[in-house]
Design a protein around this ligand. Structure first.
Ligand code: FES
Length: 612
């Protein structure tokens, strides 16, 4: 882990300086993005446009070849290209005023994102060829791009379109993704520019089609991951790939079929052609990303639990199997570790966890609980194997969060009130209902600290005593006709929440933070949106902070992917996060088992009283 240093940015138009604390080796350009400060650029930090110059007032800044190319006469004055200058120690830097203030879109958890996609369309009028000017069409176009501050790199697939465009005149539109020209069309098509973000979940996949000129979402679609028949969770799917080599290919085809079906849906809904979608940004857990590119995920399942890749990938769309513009790009977010995937990186981007001075805890509750805790000073992440209880697995009347599932419960003055998805009769209990019912049983005194359920004989005068039943010799609480919560179900929940609580404790201990240091606890992921924050606290799933500080933040993984699609600056930050976030492998912790056992029980009665 690189030590961090402070960079102070001074802007003529701003009254206050902006300070960024970044790891040594970060570029001045990216460090500014960490602090939310835009610096002029058209090449996205690739060293070609020459527009990102700043003046280094204090600190080390050796001139690079790109500095000599673009700023030869200003080097002595301390001017440098910020994208080429790596921070090696504390610095004070002057930033010129922005020539063009980019548009901003509100995204994520109350964050602004500057609209600066990695895809640009340039409407150009090239100089007419003549007997005196014998440059090729391509040479003419690359010269025009260079004059506009873009690189001369091009995909040879542009040549047929270029020949056609030049047959009709010299007015054309060039599409550049990253630093590469990928398409040429006749006339002005600059109004049509789209990208798509994907959240590839083990259970559900979501695609969001975005207009890259405005930042507006134009269509969203979701569907179950077509890998489901291969196994309900990542462990089952990894097990399949170990039995049969062809299974990896089959799993890849299944997830690509899901992604392409989603692409079809969003295209149809928004009336957008395949060739108008130029880029996809993809997030998901490490196993999903491995399967998406056809890489064996087996090393993730076996000690020492190392992934084949955690790095970000930038693939050509037709190589990646995505049905967007064939020369478009598909970018996979980086992961932090085998079990702290690209989805948590996207969560961190969307919540700004690593750039905020407040210490916050982010928990994505699922079969694999992903946890990140920290602030701009330091972020620690880990993953906790919670098992299937939160998805209704191993629970006698457990079910997924679909129609008929009890998703919320209150027990007041002897009355059982159920919230059932769809409003009809209860058929079973989903994860949020499970957390609620256990919390409520604790609050009304029918469940002790160890998780033992009372029997009618223990509490004959309790207004809910009649609900305490016995089924095949096992104690249970009757919720509705044919739906009970058994003592074993409570045990299954204790194991799941014990694992996540131990993960949280491990991350907070590494950080030296206690509950009193937490400004907020953020429950991320679609499941997190349904958990009652009070219930999560009562059962000890999250630390004992005031309930108002526990917030559901929704599908922040999708938001993070969308932000990276709309802003190359956000993408740079995301790409750097694995080098910034400290990963702790929970099973490598010597005292993990002892602490896990210590976290199986529920918080003591004194804490319950505080809830009123
Ligand atoms: S040269 Fe373009 S951002 Fe630095």
């Amino acid at each position: 882990m690189n030590p961090k240093v402070e960079v102070v940015y001074r802007r003529a138009e701003a009254e206050e300086d902006t300070t960024a604390r970044v790891p040594i080796g970060t570029s001045l350009f990216n460090a500014a993005h960490w602090a939310g400060l835009p610096i002029e650029s058209t090449c996205g930090g690739r060293g070609t446009c020459g527009k990102c110059f700043v003046r280094v007032v204090a600190g080390e800044a050796e001139a690079t070849p790109a500095d000599h190319r673009h700023l030869a006469d200003r080097l002595a004055g301390g001017w440098r290209l910020s994208c080429q200058c790596e921070v090696q120690g504390p610095m004070l830097v002057e930033v010129p005023e922005l020539m063009h203030m980019p548009k901003a879109a509100t995204m994520g958890v109350g964050r602004f994102v500057l609209l600066e996609p990695n895809v640009v369309k340039l409407h150009l009028r090239l100089e007419e060829p003549s007997l005196q000017d014998q440059r090729s069409h391509l040479g003419r176009l690359l010269d025009a791009l260079e004059d506009a501050g873009y690189a001369r790199a091009f995909d040879p697939g542009v040549l047929p379109g270029l020949a056609l465009a030049m047959r009709d005149g010299t007015e054309l539109t060039a599409t550049i993704v990253g630093d590469r020209l990928i398409d040429v069309e006749a006339g002005d098509t600059s109004e049509r520019l789209f990208g798509v973000s994907f959240d590839i979940g083990t259970t559900t996949c979501v695609a969001t089609l975005v207009d890259l000129r405005t930042g507006a979402t134009v269509a969203v679609a979701s569907e179950l991951n077509r890998q489901a028949p291969f196994g309900a969770d990542v462990i089952a799917r990894m097990a399949r790939t170990m039995q049969e080599l062809d299974e990896v290919r089959a799993l890849r085809e299944a997830v690509l079929a899901t992604a392409n079906a989603l692409l079809n849906q969003v295209r149809d809904e928004a009336g957008v052609a395949r060739d108008e979608i130029y880029e996809a940004v993809v997030v998901g857990n490490a196993t999903m990303l491995h399967l998406l590119v056809g890489a064996f995920p087996e090393s993730i399942a076996l000690a020492p639990y190392v992934a084949t890749f955690t790095e970000p990938l930038d693939l050509r769309a037709d190589d990646a199997g995505f049905e967007l513009h064939p020369r478009g790009r598909v970018c996979l977010f980086p992961s932090i570790g085998a079990y702290v995937g690209a989805d948590i990186v996207a969560d961190i981007v969307a919540t700004g966890l690593a750039r905020d001075p407040k210490v916050r805890l982010l928990v994505d509750v699922g079969t694999n609980g992903e946890i990140a805790c920290g602030s701009l000073d330091r972020v620690v992440a880990t993953a906790a194997p919670a098992g299937p209880a939160f998805e209704g697995g191993e629970i006698v009347h457990g079910m997924r969060a679909i129609e008929g599932a009890i998703e919320g419960v209150t027990l007041t003055r002897g009355v059982v009130e159920l919230q059932v998805i769809g409003g009809g009769a209860a058929r079973g209990i989903c994860g949020s209902g499970l957390i609620d019912i256990v919390a409520q049983l604790r609050l009304v005194g029918l469940l002790d600290e160890g998780g033992k359920m009372a029997a009618t004989a223990d509490v004959p005068a309790h207004p809910l005593a009649a609900r305490l039943v016995e089924i095949d010799g096992v104690k249970a609480f009757a919720l509705a006709e044919g739906v009970v919560l058994t003592q074993q179900d409570v045990r299954a929940l204790q194991f799941a929440k014990g694992a996540i609580a131990t993960g949280i404790e491990t991350a907070m201990r590494a950080l030296g933070a206690g509950p009193e240091d937490l400004a907020e606890v953020l429950l991320a992921g679609s499941f997190g949106s349904y958990i009652n924050p009070e219930s999560a606290r009562v059962i000890g799933l999250v630390p004992n902070v005031p309930t108002a500080q526990i917030k559901a933040v929704g599908n922040t993984a999708s938001e993070g992917a969308k932000m990276a699609l709309l802003s190359f600056r956000e993408r740079e930050v995301a790409w750097e996060l694995p080098g910034v976030v400290e990963y702790i492998e929970l099973s490598g912790q010597e005292d993990f088992n002892d602490r896990f056992i210590g976290n199986l029980g529920f918080p003591a009665g004194a804490m319950l009283q505080e809830t009123g």
